[in-house]
Write a protein that binds this ligand. Structure first.
Ligand code: EPZ
Length: 421
């Protein structure tokens, strides 16, 4: 089985090219279903999740051609198959982003209910609420969500759930509303930069969307969308992960193409911890040269602290000079990294959706097991600073969301390699 072997202790120094955003690229790829003619996308990261989405689109009649350098051309060649099957959806939950486009363009969609997930309960009620509000009939047949609609009609949709807004539900309703008749207003929409990037792509295709990036998005339906050219934004979660890598190794990194305005809450917390963060002409400069201070972090929908950086921040705070508290209000069970970090000498205690972190002087390398994408990133960060060797199994988790992470880390001084164990 493949593993990462990390020998800890080197300070990271240098430049990192941040890749295109996985969570922007996935819904934008799905949006190609809506378009006539060619769509050309740039800055698409080379990730397992992206390949999964391209495979699914292929089965849905959307052909693609890799143009090199992260560019891909897509074109709808047939609209016969509208079924996103369990074997693909179970591998990647974001397959659900095909629901809205299939319904809007082909008037029918059959998408498997996503299965269980390591980070906790992942309901889809807001997706169904929004699409049925637009006029879809919805049924659950043999584990598949079956939706159909002769035509979709614009309406007011409230998308607020118990845990705040929903990113992919917002994406689905925005995409469906672009071809609905009349005006749709989405209240309590997700404000994430990935939603704004999707809206920018759809606007380039001829959609009429305003308010994206705020909790109220208005869409005036149009008759057709024509494929366009678009460059996907940089991945703010990868950028945040490398910011924490600089902090945990007391290093000095410049993150090329990263956008500070997409990480204000993260920058606020890291500065409070004692990390130096400044804009640079290429992106973001991050450095740290002292023991870090403890802090309280609570995850929130954007612009709050992102849940996708919760595990990585927890790894950093294991070494702070005092006690920290991290609460995840988005995914209250997203704590599978805790027992693994404790194996490395951390002192973490979970209480419900909160982890109490007692700072320790050092972490010790150990064999650890990855459980999900962002927990894997947290364990790699811990391995970078731990004394001795850390071996992390199940590398497939990290390959879903980080492009060539060991190459990027090695290039800035980390001692990390893929091995078989
Ligand atoms: C997106 O997932 C991201 N994935 C996740 O990133 C991210 O953690 C999450 O948003 C929150 O920011 C993609 O964009 C592909 P949600 P999504 O719907 O859309 C509840 C990663 O590591 N909810 O915004 O599935 C839900 O349980 C991944 O890259 C409902 O109640 O998340 C959660 O508590 C992991 N009903 C909250 O909303 C619904 O119908 C936010 O979930 C949908 C969600």
């Amino acid at each position: 089985m493949e593993a990462f072997e990390i020998i800890g202790g080197t300070r990271l120094k240098g430049n990192v090219d941040i890749s295109g955003s996985k969570n922007a690229a996935l819904p934008i790829l799905a949006a190609a279903i809506l378009c006539e003619g060619d769509t050309v996308l740039h800055n698409i990261p080379n990730l397992d999740d992206i390949q999964s989405m391209l495979t699914l689109l292929q089965r849905l009649g959307v052909k693609h051609e890799r143009l090199g350098g992260g560019s891909i051309r897509l074109r709808v060649e047939d609209e016969l198959n509208c079924h996103a099957e369990y074997e693909l959806v179970s591998k990647m939950r974001a397959s659900i982003c095909t629901l809205g486009p299939l319904l809007a363009k082909r008037k029918r969609a059959q998408v498997s209910m996503p299965g269980g997930c390591a980070i906790g309960y992942r309901p889809v009620d807001l997706h169904i609420t929004g699409l049925t509000a637009l006029g879809a009939e919805s049924d659950l047949v043999n584990g598949d969500m079956m939706l159909k609609a002769k035509r979709l009609k614009g309406t007011e949709v409230f998308l607020g759930g118990a845990f705040g807004s929903s990113v992919t539900a917002t994406a689905n309703i925005v995409m469906a509303a672009t071809l609905a008749e009349g005006r749709t207003i989405i209240e309590s929409a997700a404000c994430e930069p990935e939603i704004s990037d999707l809206a920018d792509f759809l606007t380039a295709c001829g959609a009429q969307i305003t308010g994206h990036g705020t909790p109220r998005i208005t869409i005036e339906g149009v008759k057709t969308l024509t494929g366009a050219e678009h460059t996907v934004i940089a991945d703010r979660i990868e950028a945040g992960t490398f910011m924490i890598a600089a902090a945990i190794t007391n290093g000095e990194l410049t993150l090329n193409r990263a956008r500070l305005e997409h990480l204000i809450a993260v920058v606020d917390r890291l500065r409070r911890i004692g990390v130096i963060i400044e804009r640079s002409e290429k992106g973001i400069a991050v450095s740290s040269s002292r023991r870090l201070d403890p802090v309280e972090i609570t995850t929130q929908p954007f612009p709050g602290f992102p849940t996708d950086l919760q595990a990585q921040a927890t790894a950093l705070l294991c070494l702070a000079d005092g006690n920290s508290v991290v609460t995840d209000k988005i995914f209250p069970d997203r704590f599978l990294h805790i027992p693994e970090l404790n194996r490395m000498g951390a002192n973490l205690r979970r209480e419900g959706n909160t982890v109490i972190i007692q700072g320790v002087k050092r972490l010790i390398g150990a064999p650890v097991m990855a459980s999900d994408l962002r927990a894997s990133a947290a364990l790699i960060l811990a391995g970078l600073i731990a004394k001795g060797t850390t071996r992390m199994s199940r590398t497939y988790h990290i390959d879903r969301g980080y492009e060539r992470i060991e190459e990027k880390l090695s290039a800035i001084g980390a001692d990390i390699r893929r091995t078989d164990i």
